[in-house]
Design a protein around this ligand. Sequence first.
Ligand code: ZN
Length: 194
Amino acid sequence: MRLINNQETLIFEKDPRLSVKRYVSVLGHFGLYYFSLLQEMIEEVMMNDMFFLQEALKQARKSLSEGGIPIGSVLVDSSGKIVATGHNRRVQNNDPTAHAETECIRSAGRRRDWHTLTLVSTLSPCLMCTGTALLLKIPKIIIGENKTFMGAEDWFEKYGVTLIQLNNQECIDMMSQFILKNQDIWHEDIGIPR
Ligand SMILES: [Zn+2]
C-alpha cells in the first residue's frame, strides 16, 4: 500500500507499527496524537491475537501430552470471551474427523452467533475444518502458522473471511518436531497414502 503526501511517498511496512511511525513523521503533531492512538489500538489487537493463540497452544500441548497430534483451537466471542476449546483427538479417539477446529466447534454446541465468532487455531485449517467454518459463517480466523501445513486459505479469501496468520515460532517448532518424529501419523492425518 502507498500513501502519497505532498512530494513524499511512503511505503507501508509489513509490521503496521513501522508504518505508523513513518506516517507520524510526515503529518506532524496532530498526526502524532492521532496515530499514537492508532498505534495503541493496533498493539492491543495484536496482543489479543497473541493471547488467544497462547490459549490454542495450551490445547495443542494437551493433545501432545495425551499422545496425540499437537494442534489446538479456541473460539472467541465478540466480547473477547473464549466460548469453546478443542484439540486434535484423532489418535486418542480413533476418529479421522476429530481435528482441533471441529472438536472446538463441536464443543461450542448449538448456537446462533457463529457470524460474530473468531476461530483461533495453531495451524492453518484443513479443507474439512475450513468448510465447517465457512458453513457456519465464522467471519474471522486467526492461525499460528502455515509453514508446516497450509490448508485452503484461498477459500477464506474467496468468501470474504478475515484471515490473520501470526507466523508464530512456537507453533512452527511444535509441529515441525512432531512431524519429524511421527511422519506416518501426520501423513495419516492429512490423507497421504502409505
Ligand atoms: Zn482440519
